[in-house]
Design a protein around this ligand. Sequence first.
Ligand code: FES
Length: 107
Amino acid sequence: MDDQARVLKFQIFRYNPQKKGDKPRMVTYEITEAPGMTIFIALNEIRETQDPSLQFDFVCRAGICGSCAMVITCGQPDLACRTPTAAPGREIKSLPLPGFNSSEICR
Ligand code: FES
């Protein structure tokens, strides 16, 4: 592991409306940033190493289909497969696209 690698803190919106009693919430995960890492790669690593219940859409992983679009760090919607982790900074919030009221989380 690179001694200079940053530890990234992800706050990810979690909610399964099909699971009885589930409530919307933010869950925090930490991972070590790798060179060239994108939000998509980071989410995959979190799913593989920390939380297999984490779900998100993707198809092409090439910035073409748009299925990985999400709100990243309370900015404009962006593509997880095309957004480097270096761009949003050290603390990253991942939210679903509009339709969900993120005003409480993005203050
Ligand atoms: S997975 Fe297709 S645009 Fe990101």
